[in-house]
Design a binder for this molecule. Structure first.
Ligand code: IMP
Length: 177
């Protein structure tokens, strides 16, 4: 296997933690008195989900779905598929989707459409990172960590060919977008 490209730091773990703490405060404030269902999109959101739920001041239920988008080729196909489905009933729940990064918008746009048909009481989206310059379909983001430049990033759960998810900071890797 060839050596992975050399990453260049974009955000330190302290800078990421600051955004996660701010988002947790906003969510705790807005969902006061409620018991939202947080739905994470695997695999990228697992680190963000693990960190944000421990900062929330409200009770939450969590579940994960796995959608196919990038695969190892890093090319977003217009066809998104549910690979591992949702097991928690959504009808009547306050649903908050937790995403690592919105890029073209195809993945989370598909998932929000899928959830709308399931008659949740409310449906919102929280994403840690946003790359609006590559958007193909509009996606309403209710809670946003940071907008980042149009370059491929890894670390804090995000991968390049399944590598780098374990890095605590966020890095650019060239030649991957
Ligand atoms: P979208 O469908 O193009 O919005 O892509 C969303 C998914 O693609 C995310 O959940 C990530 O898994 C992946 N993705 C998009 N941009 C990046 C990136 O810069 N690094 C790693 N994964 C990314």
């Amino acid at each position: 296997m060839s050596a992975p490209p050399k990453p260049e730091i974009l955000l330190t773990k302290e800078e990421i933690e600051k955004q996660v703490a701010r988002l947790a405060q906003e969510i705790s404030r807005d969902y006061q008195g409620k018991y939202p269902l947080l739905l994470g999109i695997l695999k990228g959101s697992f680190v963000f989900m693990a960190d944000i739920i421990r900062l929330l001041e409200i009770p939450v239920e969590i579940d994960f779905v796995r959608l196919s988008s990038y695969g190892s080729s890093r090319v977003t196909s217009a066809k998104i598929k549910v690979v591992q489905g949702l097991h928690t009933p959504v009808k009547g729940r306050d649903v908050l989707v937790i995403e690592d990064i919105v890029d073209t918008g195809l993945t989370v746009g598909y998932f929000l459409d899928y959830l709308r048909k399931k008659r949740a009481s409310s449906l919102k989206l929280c994403t840690l990172f946003n790359k609006p310059s590559r958007r193909i379909i509009p996606v309403p983001i209710d809670y946003l960590g940071l907008t980042i430049p149009n370059r491929f990033v890894v670390g804090y759960g995000l991968d390049y060919n399944e590598r780098f998810r374990n890095l605590p900071d966020l890095y650019f890797v060239d030649g991957c977008s």
